[in-house]
Design a protein around this ligand. Structure first.
Ligand SMILES: *[C@@H]1O[C@H](CO)[C@@H](O)[C@H](O)[C@H]1NC(C)=O
Ligand SMILES: *[C@@H]1O[C@H](CO)[C@@H](O)[C@H](O)[C@H]1NC(C)=O
Ligand SMILES: *[C@@H]1O[C@H](CO)[C@@H](O)[C@H](O)[C@H]1NC(C)=O
Ligand SMILES: *[C@@H]1O[C@H](CO)[C@@H](O)[C@H](O)[C@H]1NC(C)=O
Ligand SMILES: *[C@@H]1O[C@H](CO)[C@@H](O)[C@H](O)[C@H]1NC(C)=O
Ligand SMILES: *[C@@H]1O[C@H](CO)[C@@H](O)[C@H](O)[C@H]1NC(C)=O
Ligand SMILES: *[C@@H]1O[C@H](CO)[C@@H](O)[C@H](O)[C@H]1NC(C)=O
Ligand SMILES: *[C@@H]1O[C@H](CO)[C@@H](O)[C@H](O)[C@H]1NC(C)=O
Length: 903
């Protein structure tokens, strides 16, 4: 599950030269003009103005006078960000043009516009449409219990005290919201739960320009509706509430029905939410770039620095292992959130009820088959047999009553050749029209399709429900079932034990740190298997998983803790939530370990809001980032503030977390280790100046400690070590402070290396069109049409550069180097005689997944290279490198290849 997974085809019209990963059919195909990197909008840039009074029109006129014509995209005229975004009309000499703009005195910064998408909701369960329940085996009691995500995080305890976020405004930047949902207030505007907001894009993703309006309504994508319910759902039939149901919501809708968007829109959304007076901003979107210094991350961080907590999802790329912090969660002052699996899995079924001998009605759940029940029925239940699992696989006995006015209960057969359809035939032969099948496999309901024309309604129920019915019938009770037609039935939520890592950090939750070794995530909250509101048109309620669902719970936690503490200062609340969070043991996707999960995966751990709200002790920091060996500082200090009414003595200790190697052992090209990672039994040691410290009531004291990184772990493989400094107070409070460091040098780790080979790592040339990257042999000849020739016909194979990186890089260049002599001028670049840049380069803020780019004989500036032998050299800026210093770049090259034009 990638965080920004969709290829944003729907955005294609904004950028008509959208990249594809398949080869073009002719050289004039517009796909050739684009980079193969879908993460940026080719030719689109965001500028930040030096002067806050700069007028966008005047700025554009100035550009035009310099021969640079642009089409305006988005105004960014905010207190904390003054600038604009635009599309360059002419992208032939992109590098020179961008450099010219960057060099203008009026321009403080320029960045490419990045494309990303909100995670497409992939409900595990949705109203009116229950999906397979396999893997969730235990049916829970149906009685009212606290909502498990609230129980896990102590939200229920604050609710019990009447702390529900009243008076606090939470601005959400998401896909819009179905505010007509009765659990979300039923209206929009002043006095409504969703009281303010804006639609920055319009609904139509295929529109070439955003079509903003005042109404953030969404009934087509659903993500934002689910997020909003996690924060603020009002009382409803499903028996759950939002975590801060008395807040006021602002929704800044930043995508259309396809869920795709761009970072200029998102920067605008964040700033609009801020300027509308939001007390907290929550956003469940991101892009796996991994840098704190990316523009969106910077814009988000500025808002937090201005006093408004910004809470952002870290991403769902946990399978990629370390160093995959998404932007803008990566921003310095942004609170990045990871996900914990709910202890229970909510399973949404259609609601039906039954009564025994006309007694009280009891609800049960159905999974509609085909045909579903089209009518409202109240009929007696009749079983084909008194034995569990005995089923109608042959003609029913002579004495079978007329079944036309009964609902027939039957187990799905395991007999060879006896399908539900076969059983339906024997039941229909006795007049049967309505069938409830129960599964013989515990914890499953089957999707059934019955084609027998006599059958008017089918549904399946669980084995346990089937047994309950059978026992009642065998006892001689009269069971009457009440089934409402499928479009009016409503839903019935059952909570099953989550046997797939319930209570542990989700394996899909992305890991930090950032490439600047900033600690990410800051904390975690339940995000896996979360029941919340969903657009009415899409079923009304859904259970969905991801850091997207954990983030709004943390945003609500800021509101609750802020309400108790009487401040919404981002650092104060972040420190309190981190210090009181519950660090969880590592779970590798199959089994739990006896050691804490890395700080890179869980930050401080799972939030405990009651403890955070009432802790008398506060720490001056929320974590200690020790950086890599080059920047390591062994001696660390932080302070303890005791706001309690009694003196407190804190016993200091150290709880180590699992140390994980970043890079694979013995690999030819250095590559990162995927989840669950490679643990090394070696940890930092921490020594304290004194093992305990007494802080008088109302007083403050400093804790001094010295960190010694793991002694034996192999520094070449960049082990990421971490743990928690524990502070156990004589007053009974237990706090912890996460720390994280890297042994080894990020700067000296080659950001890119020459590669290819069976593991397809590093920088190499491929000679296959499409998705498969088969390395090209040296000196392969690529026979392709001359780029300016107007030819049609079958697509030739173009050389394609593939560059995967060991670590992310702030800048990646690729240039074409002639090997057979050339008539064209060359320049010396990092020791190579280069003809110029590959199209689509340089690329900035590139995450370690890297990039691909076709070469069709033409340089970035449009120059067509003559036939001959070439290689492509890729240079990446080293971590913490200075782009102006040659020694801070690392280069890798492809094999030589021959360009041969067909005409
Ligand atoms: C039911 O949900 C699944 C998974 O979300 C979806 O693929 C399917 O189309 C839905 N069916 C209906 C009838 O809505
Ligand atoms: C189904 O599984 C649950 C939990 O594992 C158990 O309590 C229940 O008895 C099982 N039902 C049957 C019929 O085996
Ligand atoms: C919270 O909102 C509910 C209605 O949604 C209201 O009854 C209650 O009084 C509010 N509580 C506070 C503390 O504002
Ligand atoms: C079933 O009953 C509901 C009310 O509970 C009603 O709205 C609906 O129209 C009925 N369906 C049919 C098919 O009569
Ligand atoms: C079930 O219903 C039948 C017919 O209505 C009735 O004769 C019988 O007594 C009922 N059984 C019980 C246990 O109430
Ligand atoms: C450390 O790892 C590197 C890269 O795999 C390897 O070449 C080197 O031998 C290792 N060093 C030790 C001491 O194992
Ligand atoms: C590729 O061709 C060059 C001459 O252009 C030659 O020097 C080199 O050895 C060749 N490489 C291979 C692997 O054949
Ligand atoms: C792009 O332009 C910058 C600034 O002029 C220059 O430093 C860089 O080398 C160029 N990159 C390529 C790949 O040509």
């Amino acid at each position: 599950m990638k965080f920004s997974l969709a290829i944003l085809a729907l955005l294609g019209a904004i950028d008509s030269t959208i990249a594809t990963t398949t080869a073009p059919s002719t050289p004039s195909d517009s796909t050739l003009d684009a980079t193969n990197d879908n993460s940026v909008v080719a030719g689109a840039y965001i500028v930040e103005f030096e002067d806050e009074n700069e007028e966008t029109d005047v700025f554009y006129q100035g550009l035009s006078a310099d021969g640079i014509d642009v089409d305006h995209r988005v105004d960014l005229r905010y207190n904390l960000f003054k600038g604009a975004s635009f599309n360059l009309r002419n992208t032939d000499s992109l590098n020179e043009t961008v450099a010219a703009i960057a060099g203008l005195q009026k321009v403080k910064n320029i960045w490419p516009v990045r494309r990303l998408s909100f995670p497409k909701p992939n409900p595990v369960s949705v109203g009116n449409n229950a999906t397979a329940l396999a893997a969730h085996t235990k049916r829970q009691q149906v009685e009212e219990k606290p909502f498990s995500p609230h129980l896990m995080t102590q939200v229920d305890r604050l609710h019990a005290e009447g702390i529900t976020g009243g008076g606090i405004k939470i601005g959400i930047v998401d896909t819009g919201v179905d505010y007509l949902h009765p659990a979300l207030g039923g209206c929009f505007g002043e006095g409504c739960l969703v009281a303010y907001g804006y639609d920055l894009t319009g609904d139509d993703d295929s529109s070439p320009v955003p079509i903003p309006d005042d109404d953030p309504y969404d009934d087509c994508f659903g993500h934002g509706t689910h997020v909003t319910g996690i924060i603020a759902a009002q009382a409803n039939d499903q028996g759950f509430l939002g975590a801060s149901p008395n807040v006021t919501i602002g929704m800044y809708k930043a995508s259309g029905c396809g869920g795709s968007t761009t970072n200029d829109i998102l920067i605008a959304g964040f700033n609009m939410a801020y300027e509308a007076g939001s007390d907290i901003i929550s956003c469940s979107a991101g892009d796996d770039s991994g840098f704190a210094s990316d523009p969106w991350a910077m814009a988000a961080s500025r808002i937090a620095d201005a006093g408004v907590p910004v809470i952002v999802a870290l991403g769902n790329s946990g399978s990629d292992g370390l160093w995959q912090a998404a932007t803008p969660a990566s921003g310095w002052s942004v609170t990045a959130v990871g996900s914990v699996e709910n202890t229970l899995s909510p399973v949404i079924q259609a609601a039906a009820s039954f009564s025994i001998d006309s007694g009280v009605q009891e609800k049960f759940g159905l999974r509609w088959g085909s045909p579903a029940f089209q009518e409202n029925l109240t009929l007696p239940l009749w079983s084909v047999s008194s034995a569990i699992g005995a089923s109608a696989c042959s003609a029913l006995p002579e004495d079978t009553p007329d079944l036309s006015d009964k609902v027939v209960l039957v187990g799905i057969s395991v007999e060879n050749g006896c399908y539900p359809e076969t059983q339906a035939g024997f039941i229909a032969a006795k007049g049967g029209r309505y069938i409830l099948y129960y599964d013989l496999k515990n914890g499953t309901t089957s999707q059934l399709y019955i084609y027998d024309a006599n059958i008017k309604g089918t549904a399946s129920i669980t084995l346990d429900q089937g047994i309950e019915f059978l026992n009642l019938l065998n006892d001689g009770q009269n069971v009457t079932v009440d089934i409402t037609d499928y479009s009016n039935a409503g839903i019935f939520v059952q909570n099953w034990d989550n046997t797939e890592g319930g209570g542990y950090t989700s394996k899909s939750s992305s890991w930090g740190p950032t490439f600047e070794v900033e600690i990410k995530p800051q904390m975690t909250a339940p995000g896996g298997m979360i029941l919340s509101t969903y657009p009415l048109r899409l079923g009304g309620y859904a259970a969905i998983s991801g850091t997207s669902m954990a983030t709004p719970l943390v945003a609500a936690a800021f509101a609750l803790v802020g309400q108790v503490k009487g401040t919404l200062d981002p650092a104060t609340i972040r420190h309190a939530l981190s210090a009181t969070a519950k660090a969880l043991n590592f779970y590798d996707g199959t089994s739990p370990y006896g050691i804490l999960a890395p700080v890179a995966q869980q930050g401080g751990g799972m939030i405990q809001v009651y403890d955070a709200a009432y802790a008398a002790t506060t720490l001056s920091v929320s974590s200690l980032a020790l950086n890599d060996s080059d920047q390591f500082v062994a001696d660390q200090t932080f302070s303890i503030q005791n706001s309690g009414s009694q003196d407190a003595t804190y016993t200091l200790g150290h709880a180590k977390a699992a140390t994980m190697y970043s890079l694979q052992q013995g690999a030819k090209v250095l590559v990162t280790v995927n989840f669950p990672g490679r643990m090394v039994d070696d940890w930092a040691t921490i020594s304290f100046e004194s093992d305990s410290i007494t802080v008088p009531a109302g007083g403050k004291a400093e804790v001094k400690l010295t960190v010694t990184p793991p002694a034996t772990a192999n520094a070449t493989l960049l082990p990421v070590y971490s743990g928690y400094i524990t502070l156990n107070s004589s007053t009974g409070e237990n706090l912890s402070l996460p720390y994280l460091g890297v042994k080894g040098s990020l700067h000296d780790t080659p950001t890119v290396q020459g590669g290819g080979g069976a593991d397809l790592a590093g920088v190499y040339l491929t000679d296959t069109n499409g998705h498969f990257n088969i390395p090209a042999a040296a000196n392969r000849t690529f026979t392709i049409p001359r780029p300016d020739a107007n030819v049609t016909g079958p697509s030739p194979v173009y050389p394609k550069l593939r560059a995967s990186m060991t670590l992310g890089t702030r800048e990646l260049r690729a240039y074409v180097v002639p090997l057979s002599g050339t008539t064209l001028p060359t320049t010396t670049l990092l020791g190579y005689q280069s003809l110029g840049s590959m199209p689509g380069f340089p690329k900035e803020w590139l995450y370690r997944g890297g990039t691909s780019q076709y070469f069709w004989g033409q340089l970035a500036d449009g120059t067509i290279v003559p036939e001959g032998t070439y290689k492509i050299v890729v240079s990446a800026l080293r971590s913490f490198g200075d782009a102006s210093k040659d020694e801070d770049w690392v280069s890798a090259e492809t094999v030589p290849f021959i360009i041969d034009y067909t005409e």
